[in-house]
Design a protein around this ligand. Sequence first.
Ligand code: AGP
Length: 608
Amino acid sequence: MCGIVGYTGPHQAAPILLEGLKKLEYRGYDSAGVAVNESGGIHMEKSAGMIRNLCKKTADGAVFHGCAGIGHTRWATHGAPTDENAHPHVSNDGRFAVIHNGIIENYLPLREELQARGFVFKSETDTEVIVNLLELYYDGDFKQAVLKTISRLEGSYAIGAICADQPDRVFAARQFSPLILGLGIGENFLASDVTALVAYTKNVIYLDDGELAELSPEHVTVYDCTGHPIQKKISRVTWDVEAAAKGGFEHFMLKEIIEQPRALKATIDPRIKNGRVVLDDFHLTDEDLKGLQKIYITACGSAFYAGQVGKYVLEQLTRVPVETDIASELRYRNPIIDEHTLMIVISQSGETADTIAALKEAKQRGARTLAICNVVGSTIARLADTVLYTWAGPEIAVATTKGYTTQVAILDLLAVYLARRLGRIDEAEEARLVGEIQKIPQQIQRAIDLNPGLEDIARAYHDNSDMFFIGRNLDYAVCLESSLKLKEISYIHSEACAAGELKHGPIALIEPGRLVIAIACQERLFEKTCSNIKEVKARGAEVLGVAMEGNAAILAEADKAIYVPRCDPLFSPVSAIVPMQLFAYYVAKENGCDIDKPKNLAKSVTVE
Ligand code: AGP
């Protein structure tokens, strides 16, 4: 979604702002702009479409001379992606420029109030009220104007603002939308995402809700919502610039698929000691666990599908009932959650608005909360009682791959850990399960190596207009993620269907030539899935079977086969998804799609 950058220091600001915006491209956007303080006024350029349009308009920022400014990539919510609606927005008197992520829910009454006072609006955005409120409340004190302005806003915002009267100042404010300050030497930065900062500094301050910050080249001061200065912790970012670069791969998505063995090793290994799962960060006491009546998992998109895998594994090993719910649904349905519930929220970014709201709802109802998260210091990581980080490194492609598999691995580890603490498994069984989980990184590598023909298979089926994924039990959970992966990057319609459900409706859509991908890695259910394959074959479907290595029987049923390394079926989803990620990737590539930045999608969905 929208991206924010800000800079104040000794250098020309615009080239730095444009570089920062390029680092945020992966979040998804449809217009971009920068504004810089110079010659006692504000110099601004913005442009619909890609950042390269803005770079062209501004000679890569060279046309700006000022040393403090703000930049923005916009993902349209209020109004079409046009030059006028792009950020920054400038106040009527031209003194202020503002960039904004989030949604101002009371912007209509504010707009009417400002119009009644004679303010003229040039865009359809909610953001323009912010910049005109700054003008309204300004009496020579920039900070007071910011404080008064944000006290009028309802909804969510991360704001960056500059004022022509204070050429080296950048103000920032946050409410329910991420904002990070980067601390340099003689220069300071502002961004909605650390990836825009790591090239310049690793020292950062995470702003909290209700806080604002004043940046000058030499100082950063954070204030609470009443304007009193507060002390903030300086955190150190562990990601480096290379980790967020393509490293010779054609797309970030391919790089991130290929680096999964390493990401899984980084996630699993530090949590295993002497054949046991050790979760140092897990804070539930034995007493808490004794009272545990239900586990709840909530998340959005792929993170939710990781949770679907987690449900099977947690129930199987802990025998505690596990309920899963999409975060945007949970928050509006009066869920049965209390102090006997362990609420697990899963989020790669840690900034998904619906997941944050569901987490807050669970906390309010007294649940113990545990977050599975990839971004250190993100809102979800900071809100939950306990965080288990997936050490996947920065994930840039909009379609998650290593984010998903590391989430599943954490759920596997958690299931074994809880099962042992609840006394459901003995030490020997724990050691066996741990041994299986430790094999996951090499199994993922094998899942890649076993299927060199995937690109050809994708080429054979890339022009199918609809595809179906069928499977049972954990294979069905993998189907859900496989189908989402295919549709989001290749724009091919696809459906995931529990194989046994086919004949209850979806089979009506099967016709000659339709591709059905049958995932059959749960071998105790292999025969059952084979009968479903027969049903679709009888109606003319082409079937691509996904089975455990060495299972020749799949070829008696399917037209083509993909193999997954043999492993404990409880943990097969982590490697079974990998060929499906590659299949989606190659289909999208064959169809000429913008794989890393699929249309209409954003990496981090920070609005409801
Ligand atoms: C995954 O490929 C999607 N881009 C999307 O479904 C994503 O998983 C979802 O928006 C949740 O994001 P999060 O993990 O950052 O909360």
